[in-house]
Design a protein around this ligand. Structure first.
Ligand SMILES: *Cc1c(COP(=O)(O)O)cnc(C)c1O
Length: 395
């Protein structure tokens, strides 16, 4: 079917989309309505951690859909219990609440911190967040985000989110008052351009939080679930946060997110938190299948090794074409282009033939790589080869 025959005008406009309708996906490859194949290094924005149409996930959906889809969030179900246990067994956290999107998990983290502040810190409610951070698209998470322009588009903002600078401990300390209840950050700023928080900064934040009785909150919606080579990115810094949120990778592509905290922080009372779909067995069964694969022996070592390999290959391209280097952790990496050719490269990569390449440019001078965690070295080589062809053409 030709693109013009799809009645796309019924969809609300939210962004410029290319005139392509994706019809199938398998592993690192997507197919469009013309049958053209694309090597996918975006994977739904770091969502499909096991690639497209993972067999373990598909089996979990089918088995669970035929058994029980949603008894109500006010009742226990077996997959919700199993996934919560998998997460507490594999992290420093004791309690889990499931939600449906990263923004919703972050809303939960904000509510939990404010509740804790009300109970244990004289009603303190301010959460220090970072400039250029991204925490979601609800009103509170947009207010928590440090994205340029987001303070005014849907004004007025939700108050209580003073902004500090990533990797500048003094800028955080300066904002601490008796109203402060927590500090929230991404261990690697994703949308901000793949900027890792340094180990020293994370450790400094932990010390500040301990000194002033604040909650350290990590938004691991993008960095969690193996993306950075460890199951959770906080592990890289050697500190234990008080609260963590997960999204994206935890569902491998289905709507699932989670709010985790230390036992002493879990302060919700009956009725404070909930949601129609939260913890439903259909999605938590998929999450369980995802975590099972991520924690299989050798899986994360392989992610780490492939992250190193991707890094080396990006550095080769960088020196070959006089670009500005690369940065990132694990399989969340960015190539610094040194000039604003990111959007053009993204378009040309997509449109090249016979096979296309899907890339993302969170900033005009940067390409971001978020392949499936089970991407092969051959696919990394293929991506680098395609990118080399494009860079040659531009040079
Ligand atoms: C994507 C993202 C979110 C928002 O997740 P949604 O599922 O789109 O609501 C929040 N925080 C970070 C760090 C993200 O990358």
């Amino acid at each position: 079917m030709a693109f013009a025959e799809y009645p796309v005008q019924s969809l609300m406009y939210i962004t410029n989309r290319p005139e392509l309708v994706f019809t199938e996906g398998k592993g690192s490859w997507l197919t469009d309505h013309n049958g053209k194949r694309y090597l996918d290094f975006v994977q739904g924005w770091a969502v499909n951690c096991l690639g497209h149409s993972n067999q373990g996930m598909a089996d979990a959906v089918i088995a669970q859909a035929g058994k029980l889809i949603n008894p109500s969030p006010a009742f226990y179900n077996a997959p919700m219990i199993k996934l919560a246990k998998q997460l507490t067994d594999n992290s420093c956290f004791d309690k889990v609440f499931f939600a449906n999107s990263g923004a919703e998990a972050n809303e939960g983290a904000i509510k939990l911190a404010r509740k804790w502040g009300r109970k244990h810190k004289n009603g303190a409610f301010e959460i220090i967040t970072m400039d250029h951070s991204f925490h979601g698209r609800t009103l509170a998470t947009m207010s928590a985000s440090g994205k340029a322009g987001w303070d005014t588009i849907f004004a007025p903002q939700v108050p209580g989110f003073p902004k500090a600078d990533l990797n500048d401990l003094a800028s955080v300390e300066k904002l601490i008052t008796d109203k402060t209840v927590g500090i929230m950050l991404e261990p690697v700023q994703g949308e901000g351009g793949v900027i890792p928080a340094t180990r020293e900064f994370m450790q400094g934040l932990r010390a500040l939080a301990d000194k002033h009785k604040l909650l350290l909150i990590v938004d691991e919606v993008q960095t969690g679930c193996g993306r950075c080579g460890t199951l959770f990115a906080y592990e890289l810094s050697g500190v234990e946060p008080d609260i963590m949120t997960l999204g994206k990778g935890i569902g491998g592509g289905v709507p699932l997110s989670a709010l985790l905290c230390k036992g002493e922080v879990a302060s919700f009372e009956a009725g404070d938190q909930g949601g129609t779909y939260n913890g439903n067995p259909l999605m938590t069964a998929v999450g369980s299948a995802v975590i099972e694969q991520l924690t299989a022996p050798g899986f994360l070592d392989d992610v780490k090794a492939k992250g190193e390999y991707l890094k080396e290959q990006l550095l080769v391209l960088s020196s070959e074409f006089g670009l500005a280097g690369e940065r990132g952790e694990g399989l969340l990496r960015a190539l610094q282009l040194g000039k604003d050719i990111g959007p053009q490269l993204v378009e040309e990569a997509r449109d090249m033939g016979p096979e296309g390449l899907l890339l993302n440019a969170p900033r005009a001078n940067l390409l971001r790589f978020m392949p499936a965690l089970n991407v092969t070295r051959e696919e990394i080589d293929q991506m680098i080869g395609m990118l080399r062809t494009l860079l040659k053409k531009l040079a």
